[in-house]
Design a protein around this ligand. Sequence first.
Ligand SMILES: NC(=O)c1ccc[n+]([C@@H]2O[C@H](COP(=O)([O-])OP(=O)(O)OC[C@H]3O[C@@H](n4cnc5c(N)ncnc54)[C@H](O)[C@@H]3O)[C@@H](O)[C@H]2O)c1
Length: 398
Amino acid sequence: MSKPLKLAVVGGRRGASFNHALARLKESVTFTAVCDLSEAMLASWRTEHPDIQTFTSYDDLLEKADCDAVFICTPMLLHAGQSVKALEAGKHVLSEVVAAATLDECWQLVETVERTGRAYMLAENFCYMRPNMMVLNMVQGGVFGDVVYTEGAYIHDCRALSFTPNNELTWRGELRRQFNGNLYPTHSLGPVSQWLGINRRDRLVSTATWTTPAVAAAAYVRERLGPDHPGAANGFWSPGDSATTVIQTERGAVIVLRVDWASPRPHNMTHYVVQGTSGAYLSGRHDKEDPLVWIDGQSPGRSYDGKAQWESLWSYADRYEHPQWRELGADATLSGHGGGDFFVLKAFCDAVQAGATPPIDVYDAVTWSAIVPLSIESVAKDNAPVAVPDFARRRKTR
Ligand SMILES: NC(=O)c1ccc[n+]([C@@H]2O[C@H](COP(=O)([O-])OP(=O)(O)OC[C@H]3O[C@@H](n4cnc5c(N)ncnc54)[C@H](O)[C@@H]3O)[C@@H](O)[C@H]2O)c1
């Protein structure tokens, strides 16, 4: 057994939510250092991890911390620059979503990972949630036939997270004030891309995005901060409440994504659909509802005679549970995001220890993240389709 990977965390708030996963992965990984701008945040880390090195400067951390790898958990627009710096310093990188926010950053990340030979992984934990992995196992086993259509949505009322306690904009608020597009696509596109074999047997070719007006965002500010606050005006927020992105793949499959950080509704963050030639999947509408499947030849009825009936995905767990969930589900469930945090950390550590390419590599990371700049471009061009760069083409020839 090799020694645990020494991991430094940058951005203490999100990093701390991995403490539970860490406790279950003690033999694989240890947090040796943390960097945050906030002294209070560092103090709370010292309480939780008495031996940890703490830094307020990222450059100091890269120079002085005793670590093999860096986990980037800072606000979104910092990820690509901090990842590149860490790779240049010889560290492996696990990056929170999204990986990069411009096409230039995407290409720079690819080039830096290829040149340095360090491991890079996007921490897209939604790929590892139990139903998403079970569906992956089913798609890979051909249960749904040829998958031609998918949907993914991330719908999370983050309006309160757009303001600090002093009513200034947080990074989420700033992002929504400045950019009009699909600003957080990877929770929806990640699992869907894995189901479709994107960057393996298919690739994204073109995409267009539409956004609604920012009415719920402005209404929230009027109600909570008063009508005179600048954010109460509809024109203050750049993107609308809801962004819908359509993507066509080279094989002709269609992906529909939605991200919505503002609309009010009961908590249910995700929505996924798979349509294949011999079955369909529909994620649960709320936390208490089972995800549903209909599988031709296994589920009751045929669809063309109107007698097909949805069944709970869980009624197929004995047959189709993903092997990783079968083995480690009990450990994973207790950690954040439906076990996704556990598996993402484990996958990264396993890959680094084995000298292998992580399962969500730099090509997947930038392909999924590129929807941010491409959607901004599409909205600016009156929703015109724009081409998706083939970031993974170099992987094919290497
Ligand atoms: N995958 C998921 O499910 C998930 C969930 C939550 C957050 N996130 C991601 O985690 C990241 C952080 O989100 P958050 O909600 O924790 O944000 P946050 O604003 O609550 O926390 C950001 C932290 O980073 C620190 N920070 C800011 N700039 C820094 C710098 N230059 N160097 C070091 N530290 C710095 C801040 O002091 C703060 O403690 C985002 O990219 C977000 O997308 C992912």
